[in-house]
Design a protein around this ligand. Structure first.
Ligand code: AMP
Ligand code: GLY
Length: 421
């Protein structure tokens, strides 16, 4: 079959790398892709939310299956766009329809969903410009730290955690009355602060059946020891050593199954990945957030551990027979370390030549592009170097060894991925 992967980051390079290993994959395309996907797929110069452009590409290249990487096109309704077009109605899509994508597109929608289906999460209340006074009163009655979340998509920046009441009230007003995060903060969710260790759980569903993929832990801060500014992710490990069988069972019974059943009870169709951000609080799992896609850089450690043919799995999703798939996962630990551009996550440098990418290593490219045949940096997160090992220490060390041979001007990566495990 012919497959199109939408997106151009490390997640999409990993998906292309895996799909390309399948004998069932005839022609593989990425839109827009990057220098990494160019080595295993044909890049198409299209934006991820250019639905008309993507439609033309799907028809021209006779695409059978579209795998949507990032959240934006899902929240904008790419799946619905395909279903409504008679020329595209037969094309399979991995990624939910607009209604389900609201689980990521609106924090208030996600919280109401969890409450309705008894899925453990932080206590909350939601406010708009009309109810800003009530919001301030709610903060006065809450305990610090105060957690304020812009309801809509805010490129990962819409969550504020504040220690001071006055600061929290000021930020609440800033979000609701002065559009701090644009339209995304026209509604704000105020949440109970949860203290614990975070992990990510990945589920693939056809709407009825599901498989739980390996868990992962990512490292979001720029600095060693989890300090400094938040980033898209500086590294990840899978499996997560503090997830034992009992905790896994709790996640399955209290969160994963109720989520899938909740979607069915609410008659919300879903075909695709669900990324459940979890926190372990006193031995119990609670949901921090839902995402309607895979994580990045979590994909770079989850997918390399899956032994199955990914095309077989995606076909089973499309044909709603995911219960027939027996997931096979390597017991080895995968670690990925993200190399980023100088300045990231603030204004960063671009256009630097990258040297030392070894072909036989799992080097998943993110912000890269080919310029006259040479690989150049083109984004903040540049490449994710993944290795497998007997444990996370061994896997991380292998990635550091590979990274020691890679160079571009201003290269930076965290030297302590897995330090807290
Ligand atoms: P979110 O975009 O909802 O995933 O939030 C971003 C990050 O903020 C999470 O990964 C957590 O580290 C932190 N966070 C979000 N909600 C809470 C909460 N209720 N308690 C503590 N930390 C939180
Ligand atoms: N690594 C976090 C995310 O993909 O949202």
């Amino acid at each position: 079959m012919n497959i199109l992967v939408i997106g151009g980051g490390g997640r999409e390079h990993t998906l292309c790398w895996k799909l390309n290993q399948s004998a069932q994959c005839k022609n593989l395309f990425a839109a827009p892709g990057n220098a990494g996907t160019a080595s295993c797929a044909t890049n198409l110069p299209l934006g991820v939310s250019d639905f008309e452009g993507l439609k033309a590409a799907v028809l021209e290249h006779q695409i059978d299956l579209v795998v949507v990487g990032p959240e934006d096109p899902l929240v904008l309704g790419i799946h619905d766009f395909f279903l409504q077009d008679p020329l595209l109605a037969d094309v399979g899509i991995i990624g939910p329809q607009k209604e389900a994508a609201t689980l990521e597109g609106s924090k208030a929608f996600a919280k109401a969903f969890m409450n309705r289906h008894d899925i453990p999460t932080a206590a909350y209340a939601e406010f708009t410009a009309e109810t800003v006074r009530e919001g301030e009163a709610y903060l006065e009655q809450s305990q610090p730290p105060y957690v304020l979340k812009a309801d809509g998509l805010a490129a990962g920046k819409g969550v504020l955690i504040l220690d001071e009441l006055e600061e929290a009230k000021k930020e609440l007003r800033h979000m609701l009355l002065e559009s701090k995060f644009g339209k995304a903060s026209s509604k704000v969710v105020i949440e109970e602060f949860l203290s614990g260790i975070e992990l990510s759980c990945f589920v693939l569903t056809d709407g009825k059946n599901y498989i739980t993929l390996p868990m992962a832990k990512d490292y979001k801060r720029i600095g060693e020891g989890d300090t400094g500014l938040n980033t898209g992710g500086m590294g990840a490990i899978s499996p997560v050593p503090f997830v034992d069988d009992l905790f896994k069972e709790k996640i399955e019974n209290q969160i994963v199954r109720p989520t899938i059943e909740g979607l069915q009870k609410d008659s919300i169709p879903y075909q695709g990945f669900i990324f459940i951000g979890l926190i372990k609080v006193a031995g119990e799992p609670k949901v921090i957030e839902y995402n309607v896609r895979m994580g990045d850089p979590e994909t770079e450690v989850v997918i390399p551990r899956v032994k199955n043919d990914l095309v077989t799995i995606f076909k089973a999703v499309q044909e709603k027979r995911l219960h027939e798939v027996e997931l096979e996962v390597t017991p080895e630990t995968a670690a990925t370390v993200m190399a980023v551009s100088k300045g990231y996550p603030e204004a960063y440098e671009k256009g630097k030549v990258i040297l030392g990418i070894e072909k036989d290593k799992m080097i998943f490219q993110a912000g890269t592009q080919l310029v006259e045949g040479a690989i150049h940096t083109s984004g903040g997160r540049v490449l994710a170097v993944t290795s497998l090992g007997e444990d996370h220490q061994q896997a991380v060390q292998k990635s550091y060894k590979t990274l020691s041979k890679i160079d571009f001007e201003g290269i930076h990566y965290r030297k302590d991925i897995g330090f807290d495990l």
